[in-house]
Write a protein that binds this ligand. Structure first.
Ligand code: PAF
Length: 286
């Protein structure tokens, strides 16, 4: 496995690979890697000849300075995990390498980028698009792999790819969960033991709500989820939106769409740590 800090060095190596006809897969990450990331890397390795994993905590997608400061940075451990997975290239640039000058580009993809995370974290998706578009220009991957945990992020990145007419396939990969159901996330390492103990309630309630939804209205189901989670001391729902899976717009009734997803963000503990998850109520073959 080779580790690159400089764009030009990575690009020289990729030039050789492309000349040899190799198909290139990219797994963009912010590090603090876990089994969820490993599953993306393995999938990329199966479907491509060469896999690049980027490890970069992107400052432009944080709308909270403390969140950026506290975000876990574990490059050495990340490289060990990637070596075990068999990744070919790691790209771990410094901020000045990715942004030699401030990125003034603005990406807005309403409605998918303006609701839910877009509404609660102003500028977040703009920053995600800034860095992901740069990574796409630098690596020019055939395929790029993203975890479904950040379900809205995938919709925004797909909109960006269409807008910029980029020749890259976005591959959505299933959420990886711990045995108790908590979605794997780099932020989970920030949870204190008592916070880690209550965090699985989020997915437990979401799962229960699928059965509940069979006999209750959408409004009642919404209330059931929010009240059940808020009833746990230490959990505080920021938003729970039940949306059309394609437009990401709120739906009012179960019959309003063949594809309905519930998306939730919950604050956990004293710090607090922001956890996101989602559940599909109707998936129309998706
Ligand atoms: O999902 C993430 O970890 C980040 O948003 C991404 C896609 C690596 C961009 O920084």
């Amino acid at each position: 496995m080779e580790i690159f800090k400089k764009i030009v060095e990575l690009q020289n190596a990729l030039f050789e690979a492309r000349k040899a006809g190799k198909k290139i897969g990219l797994v963009p990450t912010m590090g603090a890697l876990h089994e969820g990331h490993a599953s993306l890397v393995r999938r990329s390795m199966k479907e491509n000849d060469l896999t690049v994993v980027s490890v970069f905590v992107n400052p432009t997608q944080f709308n909270d300075k403390n969140d950026l400061k506290n975000y876990p940075r574990t490059l050495e451990a990340d490289c060990k995990l990637l070596e075990q997975c068999g990744a070919d290239f790691v790209f771990a640039p410094e901020v000045e390498e990715m942004y030699p000058t401030p990125d003034t580009r603005s990406f807005e993809y309403p409605p998918v980028s303006t609701v839910m995370e877009g509404a609660h974290r102003p500028g977040h998706f703009n920053g995600v698009c800034q860095v992901v578009s740069r990574l796409f220009y630098i690596v020019r991957p055939d395929n790029a792999y993203f975890g479904e945990k950040d379900w809205q992020q995938i919709a925004v990145i797909k909109a960006m790819v269409r807008h910029l007419q980029l020749d890259v396939q976005i591959v959505e990969c299933p959420i990886v969960r711990d045995d108790d159901g908590l979605a794997r996330s780099s932020r989970n390492t920030l949870l204190a033991p008592n916070e880690r103990a209550i965090a699985p309630t989020i997915y437990k309630v979401l799962k229960e709500s699928v059965d509940y939804a069979k006999k209750h209205s959408l409004k009642e189901t919404h209330q059931f989820v929010v009240e059940s989670i808020n009833a746990v001391d230490g959990l505080d729902v920021e938003y729970f939106s039940i949306v059309d899976g394609d437009t990401l717009q709120d739906v009012a009734d179960w019959n309003d769409s063949p594809y309905i997803v519930g998306c939730i963000t919950v604050y956990c503990g004293k710090t607090p740590i922001r956890l996101i998850d989602h559940i599909k109520y109707k998936s129309s073959g998706k």
